[in-house]
Design a protein around this ligand. Structure first.
Ligand SMILES: Cc1cc2nc3c(=O)[nH]c(=O)nc-3n(C[C@H](O)[C@H](O)[C@H](O)COP(=O)(O)OP(=O)(O)OC[C@H]3O[C@@H](n4cnc5c(N)ncnc54)[C@H](O)[C@@H]3O)c2cc1C
Length: 415
């Protein structure tokens, strides 16, 4: 028997995973997206499933480190100076959280989602036979200077509180383990065995095929413009081509969430944090292990059928341009460390808007405006890594089941 009709708005990894668990639990599910399924931020990201990233960006010292670079045009982190009170408030609140206690508090909420997700993904991929090039090779956080390498020990100590201590690998041993690196360039790396990676577009294709097989209806190129109410509850979502009726609505809009804040009944403080990636064939000397070059903030991910480099965090609003100077800076960053940083032809140059909250945690909660509307958004740099657990939590909320994680971390009224 059906548990009810759910309309999931947003076919990114968060919406797709929500639809998956909801359908499994017996709901009739329709997914509606204004564009194509899985083609927004969940398409060209770096593909890292990163339990290691439990700490948020807002940590002690973050402002001092990033402020000098923030207004430079080719820096990995950039704010385009402009009159946007929401952005300045966001940045102020971010700065106020750069202390140990708020950092550890956010980390607890992130850690819970990350740990749960990696287990759930393994189960989901096995149950559904989704082939997305999943590999358990860990991840290397590579440091160029000895000072920065040693400085990371403090972060490692914080992560140890969550059982996430890394293996420290110094210079020569690092090149022995990862011969794609040039000798004598990096001081060392911190290795997180726990991390995994996959090819995001293949995950989204696999999720789509699974949902269709399970009987989920998918409407693409259908923007949701409003919600029709009856007795204070959502009755349907409104689109240009008509209404889609619903007993529950899940808004999984990623970085576009603030555009529908009026329907949510709260100001969800999400800023688009623009990042870029380039996808190409595997170079001859391809890294075996995904790496993040910490000083240059460049990530490289070797897929079985390709290779991706990506980076940057630009607070430039909903800007849709691809800036060639920034792509060149990413290539140059990778070239510092790797024998073969790129490989021709570049098959895709891509940007995505990360849904950034200032405390680094998503919102997974009922909308204040209507009890039968649920918001699942704001996954920052980790939406792929947190997708499965978010979907399961959304399903538990709608089904009235005991949540498998402490929901209070993701409450909408914390802002
Ligand atoms: C360069 C880069 C690298 C990254 N690397 C990683 C990584 O290695 N690991 C990781 O975990 N994360 C990574 N991320 C972050 C991750 O990609 C995001 O957190 C995640 O994709 C967000 O998923 P989402 O489902 O919330 O949003 P999206 O994938 O953006 O999906 C939201 C969907 O909502 C739809 N939508 C919005 N408004 C409406 C509307 N009104 N009506 C209908 N549909 C609507 C959109 O069209 C879109 O399809 C990276 C991001 C970037 C930019």
């Amino acid at each position: 028997m059906s548990q009810g009709r759910v309309v999931v708005v947003g076919a990114g990894v968060v919406g797709a995973c929500s639809a998956y668990y909801l359908r499994r639990a017996g709901f009739d599910v329709t997914v509606v997206d204004q564009a194509a399924f899985g083609k927004a931020c969940s398409h060209g990201n770096c593909g890292l499933i990163s339990p290691s990233h439990a700490l948020p960006l807002a940590m002690p010292g973050a402002v001092k480190k990033t402020l000098p670079m923030m207004f430079k045009k080719d820096a990995p982190i950039r704010v385009a100076p402009r009159l946007d009170p929401g952005l300045w408030l966001w940045l102020t609140k971010f700065a106020l959280r750069c202390k140990e206690a708020p950092m550890l508090h956010s980390a607890a909420g992130r850690h819970a989602l990350l740990q749960s997700s990696i287990t759930l993904y393994r189960q989901m991929l096995a149950d559904e036979g989704i082939e997305c090039e999943w590999e358990d090779r860990g991840a290397l956080f590579v440091y160029k200077t000895q000072q920065a390498m040693d400085g990371y020990a403090k972060t490692d100590a914080w992560l140890q509180q969550f059982g996430l201590g890394a293996e420290r690998i110094d210079g020569e041993e690092l090149v022995r383990r990862e011969p794609a690196l040039k000798p004598g360039v990096a001081a060392g790396a911190w290795f997180y065995e726990i991390d995994a990676h996959l090819r995001p577009n293949k995950l989204m294709l696999g999720l789509r095929a699974t949902l269709e097989k399970m009987g989920v209806t998918i409407h693409e190129n259908t923007a949701v413009t409003g919600i029709a109410k009856e007795n204070g509850k959502a009755r349907a979502v409104k689109t240009a081509t008509g209404e889609v009726t619903a007993d529950h609505v899940v808004l999984a809009l990623g970085a576009l969430t603030p555009k529908l804040n009026h329907l949510i009944g709260a100001k969800v403080p999400i800023q688009p944090g623009k990042g870029y990636s380039m996808t190409m064939p595997r170079p001859g000397t391809c890294p075996a292990i995904p790496m993040v070059f910490q000083e240059h903030k460049v990530a490289v991910t070797p897929f079985q059928t390709g290779y991706r480099i990506g980076s940057t965090m630009e607070f430039t609003g909903y800007d849709t341009t691809i800036n060639p100077a920034r792509l060149a800076a990413i290539k140059a960053g990778a070239a510092v460390y790797l024998h073969e940083p790129t490989c021709e032809p570049v098959e895709e140059e891509w940007f995505g808007w990360r849904p950034m909250t200032y405390d680094g945690k998503p919102v997974i909660d009922q909308a204040p405006a209507m009890a039968n509307v649920t918001v699942a958004a704001g996954h920052n740099m980790l939406g792929l890594s947190m997708g499965a657990a978010t979907g399961k939590l959304v399903c538990e909320m709608l089904a009235g089941d005991e949540p498998h994680l402490d929901r209070s971390h993701y409450a909408i009224d914390r802002f």
